[in-house]
Design a protein around this ligand. Structure first.
Ligand code: A3D
Length: 319
């Protein structure tokens, strides 16, 4: 059986880390793509030269031409610019919208059957744009944010409880960033919901609220420490987990930005936003619709409306 082909559109901090992790996990051969000449080629060669040391088999190549991604099974998109001090969200929409136009066309022309994972920010609206420009069916295009947000939540909870990260599960809904909705009652330690752990004296409601807020601010916390860019190790690990779920037909239940159809999750119209889905060989195989309490529904609506606001900005820019 031929190895799978994984194309990474964008070879910056996340793209390079994705390439490294994919090789270490032997998920397939990697094509790095970027507009910056030499970067994808250099990173590809450097990582390829680590494979004999690691004892893994993966071929790497780098390119500045979209023809290199032809026939890719999976495309992970990190192309674009991250937010810098003084930039508004709308500025980022304008710049990265143009990037999604060219990336979408590149996918449409070269690998229309790929499973596409978008990581470029502002996440939910970029997934919408990429679907618009690539014309891919909605089950084949998702955004990575919820896996990262829930990983951050799980890590902070594991520290608080002094238990293994493996035994902590977390459930988040909504758009990436300020309006994400962590569902505390569906988050557990070995199946015990967090509100029960508060009752058991493992933590206090106040500490739990602080952890939820730290999770929402997780991206900013890293940006403030790094000063020169945003997080990339955990975002890359999250993107790779989603690619693996598809390539190995794992049927994993993961929170991803996907098309939430009108009438589901209490939404009046279609919107790309984060909800739990099953990922397998057909991409998004099922959207897991859960019943929300009044508070949760209000928080989710606020998050979905924030995405709608940015989609309106994007449509205005598209003319
Ligand atoms: P960075 O290291 O700047 O890499 C971006 C790469 O994109 C650079 O190598 C650019 O040359 C390249 N690029 C720019 N324009 C194009 C284009 N038109 N075609 C192809 N390549 C292009 O950034 P990064 O890797 O740290 O982050 C990438 C994106 O992910 C940014 O938009 C971040 O905001 C976003 N991000 C999202 C999350 C989520 O959880 C959703 C987390 C962290 C970062």
């Amino acid at each position: 059986m031929a190895r799978k082909k994984i194309a990474l559109v964008g070879s910056g901090n996340i793209g390079g880390t994705l390439a490294h992790l994919i090789g270490l996990k032997e998920l397939g051969d990697v094509v790095l793509f970027d507009i910056a000449e030499g970067i994808p080629q250099g990173k590809g060669l450097d990582i390829a030269e680590s494979t004999p040391v690691e004892g893994v088999n993966a071929r790497y190549s780098g390119a500045n031409d979209y023809s290199a991604i032809a026939g890719a099974d999976v495309v992970i998109v990190t192309a674009g610019v991250p937010r810098k001090p003084g930039m508004s969200r709308d500025d980022l929409v304008a710049i990265n919208l143009k990037v999604m136009a060219s990336v979408g066309q590149g996918i449409k022309d070269n690998c229309p059957n790929a499973f596409v994972i978008c990581i470029t920010n502002p996440l939910d609206v970029m997934v919408w744009a990429l679907q618009h420009y690539s014309g891919l069916p909605a089950n084949k295009i998702v955004g990575m944010a919820g896996v990262l947000d829930s990983a951050r939540f799980r890590y902070f909870l594991s520290e608080e409880f002094n238990v293994s990260v493996e035994d902590v599960t977390a459930f988040v809904l909504g758009g990436h960033g300020d309006t994400m909705v962590p569902l505390v009652r569906y988050s557990t330690v070995a199946g015990i919901p967090l509100p029960d752990l508060v009752k058991m004296g493992w933590t206090t409601q106040e500490k739990l609220d602080q952890i939820v807020q730290r999770t929402r601010d997780g991206g900013a916390e890293i940006v403030n420490l790094l000063k020169t860019g945003s997080a990339y190790y955990a975002p890359a690990a999250s993107g790779v987990a989603m690619a693996e779920a598809y390539l190995k037909d794992q049927k994993r239940v993961m929170p991803v930005a996907t098309l939430v159809k009108a009438g589901t999750f209490g939404q009046p119209d279609d919107v790309f936003v984060g909800v739990p889905v099953v990922i397998g060989e057909n991409g998004v195989e099922r959207v897991v619709e859960i019943e929300l309490s009044a508070d949760e529904q209000a928080a989710f609506n606020k998050s979905a409306d924030a995405v709608r606001g940015l989609v309106t900005v994007a449509k205005g820019l598209m003319g």
